[in-house]
Design a protein around this ligand. Structure first.
Ligand code: SAM
Length: 251
């Protein structure tokens, strides 16, 4: 883990795409050590249940390979291995500090023959077409300015009828839960982050990036626009998180 270069990020709407990419790299390289703890603490361990649900929806039928894009410290990759021991799992992330932390977990759990994590950019995946049955990205797409490019890459590297899955934090529909959640994101989260991290701006960015994420309908339309079929959105925990699933069409 290294110190953040910048402690005060501009609002998401005011960042250029290049600036945002650098800020995302800066954030994740500076929170690596506390990332797993904070994820679980700030979500009340719901992140664990959301990844479990994602893994439950996976269907392996051809190459028996899974790619976890923006794998971070490898939690989704590890969950997949535990549930499907006959599947070979690969994870990529463009912050080497996160990949290194994930690889430590894999070594400790003795799973190096089933899971491999390495550096890779979601918008330029270094895999052949039709390599995997399933690819998923958990809490990563929010941070990628060119979401369409990332979705096209995910589609390219899976086999026809394979699944593209995106798990992302979203805002509940307007009403009671939206009000509670907005208070949590804007009022409570930055205060908690100030107690637990040396980079509280990272959590201001987190709130900002969730609020500025496309609506469920817009994101499903984006998935359809890149040529995915049977696209659907499954709201989780009152819509605080959403699991999106689409399949690759036969050409
Ligand atoms: C919130 S973390 C999620 C990590 C993990 N998937 C999980 O479920 O905990 C987001 C991750 O996305 C990675 N990321 C963001 N943009 C990326 C890109 N273009 N290519 C690869 N990784 C990216 C970050 O480095 C970070 O590790």
């Amino acid at each position: 883990m290294r110190e953040s270069k910048n402690q005060d990020y501009p609002p998401v709407q005011e960042m250029t795409d290049d600036q945002r990419i650098e800020i995302v790299k800066d954030i994740f390289a500076s929170v690596t050590d506390k990332y797993d703890f904070l994820n679980k603490f700030l979500s009340g361990r719901r992140d664990v249940a959301w990844r479990e649900r994602t893994v439950k929806e996976m269907n392996f039928f051809n190459t028996y390979r899974f790619l976890d894009v923006a794998t971070g410290t490898g939690d989704l990759a590890l969950d997949c291995t535990r549930k499907y021991p006959n599947v070979y799992v690969t994870g990529v992330d463009f912050v080497q500090e996160m990949v290194d932390r994930g690889n430590e977990k894999i070594t400790v759990q003795n799973l190096s023959d089933k899971v491999e994590l390495k550096w890779g950019d979601a918008t330029n995946l270094e895999f052949e077409d039709n390599t995997f049955d399933v690819t998923a990205m958990a809490f990563g797409i929010r941070n990628i300015p060119d979401k369409e490019k990332a979705l096209k890459e995910m589609k390219r590297i899976i086999v026809p009828d394979g699944q593209v899955m995106v798990l992302e934090l979203t805002t509940p529909e307007p009403g009671f839960w939206r009000s509670i959640y907005s208070f949590y994101l804007k009022g409570l989260l930055p205060k908690l982050a100030r107690i637990f991290t040396t980079n509280p701006s990272a959590y201001k960015y987190l709130a900002d990036s969730i609020i500025n994420f496309p609506t469920r309908r817009e994101f499903v339309a984006l998935m359809e626009s890149v040529g995915l079929k049977n696209c659907r959105a499954i709201p989780l925990t009152f819509g605080v998180c959403t699991l999106y699933i689409g399949k690759k069409k036969h050409e």
